[in-house]
Design a protein around this ligand. Structure first.
Ligand code: AMP
Length: 224
């Protein structure tokens, strides 16, 4: 465990869209009790609520582009104040630019939180297939894959019977746009993250079994 006993830990799940960050965050949340903070989910919540933050983010999200650093940094800063972050938290989809990483670094040191960076590395061809066949339950958030993890009854959530939907930005043209944004703005962060914290580890996310990947991550975080 990188953090000294009793200190708070931030697990930063880093990787391209479709690398499995959300799936792994849910597993980690179960075994650590840490809060799961997905900036994509927070932003989608604002878009669904039709508020000012949603208004600022919506067009960029629909175009597969990143929303502004100021907006996302503010949302994360606010989110980390909540009591469910007291033991630790898992960041999924943040930071995504060098500026976000710098702001996060300052925030973590002021909060005296140690970080563990897990880089989920997955081939782009695999990501494109994965995202195009991803379906989600709009009610409970459970995620399925039509090829590797289909629901028991076609198109229906196993947990609550809700019809499954594809995310609006999981269209092939937008998947490619999101991968471009990753390549240009997020991937350059790898060096920064590898240098900035005590623990940086690349994990092979190409495996079809998310459980195998989760086992490796839980071991890294010290809860496996
Ligand atoms: P995700 O669910 O993480 O794939 O995020 C969906 C979309 O939300 C992204 O394509 C961006 O438009 C936006 N988004 C999520 N997190 C961030 C972030 N950290 N910085 C900028 N934009 C973000």
């Amino acid at each position: 465990m990188p953090a000294s006993e009793g200190s708070r830990v931030a697990v930063i799940l880093f990787g391209a869209p479709g690398s499995g960050k959300g799936t792994q965050a849910k597993v980690l949340q179960k075994c650590t009790g840490f809060a799961h903070i997905s900036t994509g989910d927070i932003l989608r919540g604002h878009v669904a609520a039709g508020d000012a933050v949603g208004g600022e983010a919506q067009a960029l999200m629909e175009a597969g582009r990143l929303v502004s650093d100021e907006l996302v940094n503010g949302l994360v800063r606010e989110r980390l104040q909540r009591p469910d972050c007291a033991a630790g938290f898992i960041l999924d989809g943040y930071p995504r630019t060098v500026r976000q990483a710098e702001v996060l670094n300052q925030l973590l040191s002021s909060l005296k939180v140690a970080s563990v960076v897990v880089h989920l590395s997955v081939d782009y061809n695999r990501i494109i297939v994965r995202l195009a066949s991803r379906r989600q339950c709009p009610r409970c958030g459970a995620v399925y894959n039509l090829d590797s993890r289909p629901p028991k009854v076609g198109g229906i959530c196993d947990l609550d019977g809700e019809p499954l939907v594809a995310r609006d930005d999981d269209r092939e043209d937008l998947i490619r746009r999101r991968l471009e944004a990753y390549e240009q703005e997020t991937k350059p962060l790898v060096d920064y993250l590898a240098r900035s914290g005590p623990v940086y580890k690349e994990v092979n996310g190409n495996r079809d079994s998310p459980e195998e990947v989760a086992e490796e991550i839980c071991r890294l975080v010290g809860v496996g």
